[in-house]
Ligand binder design. Structure first.
Ligand code: BGC
Length: 768
């Protein structure tokens, strides 16, 4: 296909044609304008594998789709903490999309896991915006390297499924900036996705699809997004308000109603035709990019999807994502001399490997753990199996299954128990109401644990499950998440030690639901949910209130051990690395990590920063860098990070921007948020950020202002009532007066300072 000439086409399109482009054709296509040779392009879900519906479409996962590699879900990929691996998964998804003629992949989803109960947590990466942003960017880079666009979703603050098409997330701006928008900002600025998908929900009362501040001021104006904004499927409530706010493409087709209303609005003067032009131009640019991508593929510049190679990648990836939570004994890896293994749990032969809804892929094949284990251990090892429980099976005879499981487990050298969430427990479209495993599964574990004291639990779930109630019955626990079509085989790779586990928790496993930060504010009522925990999401909350958890953010064991040493933290005198969107590079951090065990393994080195002297409440520590390093036994390496202004800053609503407070910062490096191995305190010597002064500013704010301070002192010195500055020699007095708006002090002091003092000072600063 020839590339398009968007500016020339825009000039030739009629207003009707332009508006027609702003709504889809059917479920998965943009509209064509045959007269001018503008083709229709296809978009398809989704985040962990392609769901191309060749026939009539739907967006709830019920219709058939073309077989594609089902990679580990985002919940799993988040735990890999491996940017390169996630990029390679993106490349493979992009290859398959290109091979199938799909121009835009509807993913990744990078919403923050605000609560373990969100039904869609399996589609999201982390409770932390750095992990979501870095790994989201890796997926976008990978997909787009194949000449296929990504769609970063769901923008924004889509953290629950309950009432998802109407719910208003009530969130203050600092929380938006530091937590819910931060990952999106990182992906947009660093990976430049072709499209962003707006979410269904409202943000502070306004539908995301009509949110001008979000779609235009922040996304385009501040972050420089130059792509197209597409609606989530059916997210547009008012098509005119949506286009005016910055939405370009309504999906799926609105059967002509959206374009008709936009036309009417232009005709009546309610909507400017320049807004329509801008949206149509962005649509043309997207089609042009897609055509250029096809050309690249046709000329052999992009690889074609190879099912075997992609299956192998899916297996390797799932192995990198599994998190070894606990390993007493150590029970794992299985002893090479083992001769009799019992496997319990239906999931061992019927794996649960992906979630339900729009992301559901038709896999090219599925590996189950039981078959893989038998093949791997060979004929010399007895592997007995008992399902133990039925999964979403009303006819299961629990008592008989349990008795069989106990009998199977009793004589074995080790029992591998495969537990997890049935598909009916978590899905797009609804939230969970608890975070427990099904009771019949826990019963089986308890009974098996009573019959055999060498029990390993392998978990399959898309969102965390509480482990506190049953973990005493298991010597080892391996969290496999929903690991994609090769997840069953990958778990075996880890159990037998062919793969050394290196996944780390991208979300905390709390002791109980009542401990979770959003507990009192979820899922809201009357279509409104208040984000009352503010910036204290996930580990930021547990650390603030010093609450014990089952397994902390960043945790994950290995079959080897790592030692951290030689931490070096240098505050660069003046900006170090050239400034980018994160500001100046200010602190250089390096350390040595050594594999002190007997096996090769991978460590996720985590860098946390705490602002000890912050002028506003801040988390104890926040993740500001991570690096996954592979080390042979005995090998060591130096890991380095740069901390930029942004990494040390907080969002100030009053300042209307990021502010860097001077003072002490804790720089901590560790193997989890609660396993800090090395730390240093550094002092950042920058001027205290000056808040913009105005009529409402306090006496203290005037004193803190670099220019305002001197003007005020001078005015007080030469005021009509004589020199008042001696009053300021008493620190207690200054402290007490500091919280008074200057206007009120002036009123009280009256003639002593002159009633026009504030007006005069503001005029001197040219503030209206
Ligand atoms: C989901 C999106 C998805 C779209 C198309 C919506 O229901 O929220 O994530 O991309 O459907 O299937």
């Amino acid at each position: 296909m020839q590339p398009l000439d968007p500016p020339a086409l825009l000039a030739e399109l009629t207003l009707e044609e332009k508006t027609s482009l702003l709504s889809g054709s059917g479920f998965w296509h943009t509209r064509a304008v045959d007269r001018l040779g503008i083709p229709s392009i296809m978009v398809s879900d989704g985040p962990h594998g392609l769901r191309k519906q060749a026939g009539p479409g739907d967006h709830v996962g019920s219709g058939e789709s073309v077989p594609a590699t089902c990679f580990p879900t985002a919940a799993a990929l988040g735990s890999s903490f491996d940017v390169d691996l996630v990029r390679r998964v993106g490349v493979a998804i992009g290859e398959e999309a290109r091979t199938q003629g799909v121009s835009v992949v509807l993913g990744p989803g990078i919403n923050i896991k605000r609560t373990p109960l969100c039904g869609r947590n399996f589609e999201y990466l982390s409770e932390d915006p750095l992990v979501s942003g870095e790994l989201g960017a890796a997926l976008v880079h990978g997909i787009q390297s194949q000449g296929v666009g990504a769609s970063l979703k769901h923008f924004a603050v889509n953290n629950q499924e309950t009432d998802r098409l109407r719910i208003s997330a009530v969130v203050d701006e600092r929380t938006l900036r530091e937590i819910y928008l931060a990952g999106f900002e990182r992906v947009v600025r660093t990976a430049r996705p072709w499209t962003v998908m707006c979410s269904y929900n409202r943000v502070n009362g306004v539908y995301a699809s009509q949110h001008r501040w979000l779609l235009t001021e922040v996304l385009r104006g501040e972050w420089g997004f130059d792509g197209l904004v597409v609606s989530d499927w059916g997210a547009v409530d008012d098509p005119v308000a949506a286009v005016a706010a910055g939405l370009d493409l309504e999906m799926p087709s609105s059967q002509g109603t959206g374009p008709a209303r936009i036309l009417e609005a232009v005709a009546s003067g309610a909507l400017s035709d320049t807004v329509v032009d801008a949206a149509a131009a962005r649509l043309l640019r997207l089609v042009d990019r897609a055509l250029a991508g096809e050309t690249r593929a046709a000329t052999g510049d992009a690889a074609t999807g190879d099912a075997d190679a992609h299956h192998d990648l899916a297996r390797a990836a799932a192995g990198e994502c599994a998190v070894l939570l606990k390993n007493e004994g150590p029970l794992l890896p299985l002893d090479a001399g083992v001769r009799h293994v019992a496997v319990v749990g239906e999931f061992a032969r019927s794996p649960r490997y992906q979630g339900a809804g729009s992301s559901k892929v038709t896999p090219t094949r599925v590996d189950d753990a039981l078959t893989t284990l038998r093949a791997r251990l060979g004929d010399g090892v007895r592997v007995d199996f008992a399902p133990g429980f039925g999964v979403d099976d009303p006819e299961a005879d629990d008592a008989a299954l349990l008795a069989e499981a106990v009998e199977t487990a009793a004589g074995a050298e080790v029992v591998l128990v495969f537990l997890g969430l049935p598909a009916s427990f978590e899905s797009e479209g609804f939230d969970r109401d608890h975070m427990d495993l099904p009771v019949e599964q826990v019963r089986v574990l308890e009974a098996v644990g009573a019959a055999n004291d060498r029990v390993v639990v392998a978990l399959a779930n898309g969102s965390v499950v509480a482990t506190a109630g049953w973990e005493g019955h298991a010597g080892a626990i391996l969290e496999g998440w929903l690991g994609g079509q090769a997840g069953g085989a990958a778990i075996v790779d880890v159990l037998v030690g062919d793969v050394n586990p290196s996944g780390r928790l991208a979300e905390t496993i709390p002791l109980r639901l009542a401990d979770t930060p959003a507990f009192t504010n979820f899922p809201g009522s009357d279509s409104e949910v208040v984000y009352g925990e503010r910036i204290f999401v996930g580990y930021r909350y547990y650390d603030l209130v010093d609450r014990p958890v089952s397994f902390p953010f960043g945790h994950g064991l290995s079959y080897t051990t790592f030692e951290y040493s030689d931490l070096d933290v240098v505050v660069v005198d003046g900006p170090g690395s050239p400034a980018d969107w994160r500001g100046a590079g200010r602190i250089e951090v390096s350390l040595r990590v050594t594999n002190t065990g007997a096996r090769a393994g991978k460590e996720v080195v985590q860098l946390y920063v705490g602002a000890a002297d912050a002028a506003a409440p801040r988390p104890v520590r926040e993740l500001r860098g991570f690096d996954k390093v592979a080390l042979e036994s005995g090998e060591s390496t130096v890991v380095s990070f740069t901390l930029f202004d942004r990494d040390l800053s907080r969002w100030s609503t009053r300042a209307g921007g990021w502010v860097l407070d001077p003072g002490a910062f804790e720089v901590a490096v560790g193997a989890s948020s609660r396993d800090i191995r090395l730390g240093a305190t550094v002092v950042v010597d920058v001027p205290r950020p000056a808040l913009p002064l105005g009529r409402g500013s306090t006496f203290g704010e005037w004193l803190d202002h670099p220019v305002g301070h001197d003007l005020l002192i001078e005015a007080l010195r030469i005021g009509p009532g004589g020199d008042l500055t001696p009053l300021l020699e008493d620190p207690e007095t200054v402290k007490m007066l500091s919280s008074f708006p200057l206007t009120r002090l002036v009123t009280m002091l009256g003639d002593a300072v002159g009633s026009a003092l504030v007006d005069r000072l503001l005029a001197q600063l040219s503030i209206p």
